[in-house]
Design a protein around this ligand. Structure first.
Ligand code: PMP
Ligand code: GLN
Length: 385
């Protein structure tokens, strides 16, 4: 080390993301990859043509800081049609570099040193490091049972005068469960008369199955007045690599988020935004998504019916949790590594998202895959005794 005074890491103990680890291992061992959450089928050609058109017609310089105005207006229309609340496209919507950037920007904008942020576990892996990087203290609450439900009594007990933010995620990664209307109402009544900000991660809002409904924070006035809601076009339009999403929030919150947004990325890729503005004009492009992924979920579960993996069907997202305790007593990390090396199939061990990495013998499978991949995956899983 050339430094005479070694620096102190701001993220001590933080390891490489499980998504990079498993994807790299999958590549190295030539394994079928059902680990990191991304589709292995094509993005709609029409959307790609719209990007090409945007590039050819000259949208190749910086976009406006808060996003292409036409796109923000389409987002406003979509939210109003789906959830009945009208945001102001000028002041309350920002196009971001994916939900990851929204999460980081919102936490950075509002969490001061010593502030507490309630996080439900298992949790998506960027919440806690983003809180810590800002000097905040993650206050962890375990989701309970096979339904990963919230113990609202525990939430009430963990709210203190230092609680600055609560982060929720519905549909939930990695469990594939949803928050109910009654959950949202309980949260609304708990937050009433507090200054707590809600960060609502709704990146899988359109991936809802069976007769379930997505309960957005936007639909509950007592939540919407304090909520930053984040969405991801990557998840919705099968192009996670384009890393584009957006957030909505009341003007006074959005003003602060934009201060961080302009420092970190300033603005988001221009031709993609032009294309999304056109593409969002056709609601079928996102309204049919639930049905599309439900078929994949059903196909996957049907194909592995005879296997020793078991689990409750996912209610949303494109993930299925499966319990493997009938197969082995190995912990989930060891088992996931063996699955890659011996059986050539990659998954995500759920313990990495749990408090103290508790192992419940569960693996997460991404079923956003072609039928051919799902068939191959099932052939492998059915053989594991
Ligand atoms: N939140 C959750 C729950 C996720 O699963 C993901 C992964 N896509 C993100 C946020 C980040 O989304 P994006 O790729 O748009 O940054
Ligand atoms: N959201 C994706 C998942 O849960 C991964 C995103 C990432 O790799 N950061 O698998």
């Amino acid at each position: 080390m050339y430094l005479s005074n070694p620096f102190e890491s701001k993220l001590q103990g933080e390891k490489a993301s499980i998504f990079s680890i498993m994807s790299q291992m999958a590549g190295k061992h030539n394994a079928l990859d059902l680990s990191q959450g991304f589709p292995n089928f094509k993005t709609d050609d029409h959307l790609k043509e719209l990007v090409t058109k945007a590039m050819k017609t000259g949208h190749n310089q910086y976009a406006p800081m808060a996003g292409v105005l036409e796109l923000r207006h389409e987002i406003v229309k979509k939210i109003e049609a789906l959830y009945g609340k009208k945001y102001d496209g000028n002041t309350e919507v920002t196009v971001t570099h994916g939900a990851t950037q929204t999460i980081y920007s919102a936490i950075t904008a509002f969490v001061h040193k010593g502030d507490e942020v309630i996080v439900f576990k298992p949790a998506y892996d960027t919440y806690e490091p983003s809180i810590k990087l800002n000097g905040g203290i993650p206050v962890l609450i375990q989701l309970k049972g096979i339904d990963f439900s919230i113990d609202w009594q525990e939430v009430e007990e963990k709210i203190t005068s230092k609680t600055r933010m609560i982060i929720i995620n519905t549909p939930h990664n990695p469990s594939g469960t949803l928050l109910s209307e009654s959950d949202m109402k309980k949260l609304e009544s708990l937050l009433k008369n507090t200054d707590i900000i809600l960060l609502s991660d709704e990146v899988y809002e359109h991936l809802i199955f069976d007769d379930n409904k997505h309960h957005s924070a936007v639909s509950f006035p007592g939540l919407a007045e304090r909520a930053v809601v984040c969405a991801s076009f990557g998840k919705t339009f099968h192009n996670t690599g384009w890393k584009t999403g957006y957030c909505v929030a009341p003007e006074e919150l959005m003003r602060e988020i934009r201060k961080v947004h302009q420092l970190t990325v300033f603005c988001v890729n221009h031709p993609m935004q032009q294309a999304y503005a056109e593409y969002l004009k056709i609601p079928e492009n996102y309204l049919n998504l639930g049905k599309f992924y439900q078929q994949k979920r059903d196909r996957f579960l049907e194909l592995i019916e005879g296997s020793k993996f078991k689990g409750k069907a996912s209610a949303g997202t494109y993930f299925q949790l499966l319990d493997y305790s009938d197969i082995t007593g190995e912990n989930d990390v060891e088992f996931s590594h063996r699955l890659i090396k011996q059986y050539k199939i990659a998954t995500i061990p759920v313990s990495v998202f749990n408090i103290d990495n508790k192992d419940n013998k569960q693996l997460r499978f991404c079923f956003a895959k072609t039928d051919e991949t799902l068939v191959k995956a099932a052939e492998i899983l059915n053989k594991i005794q």
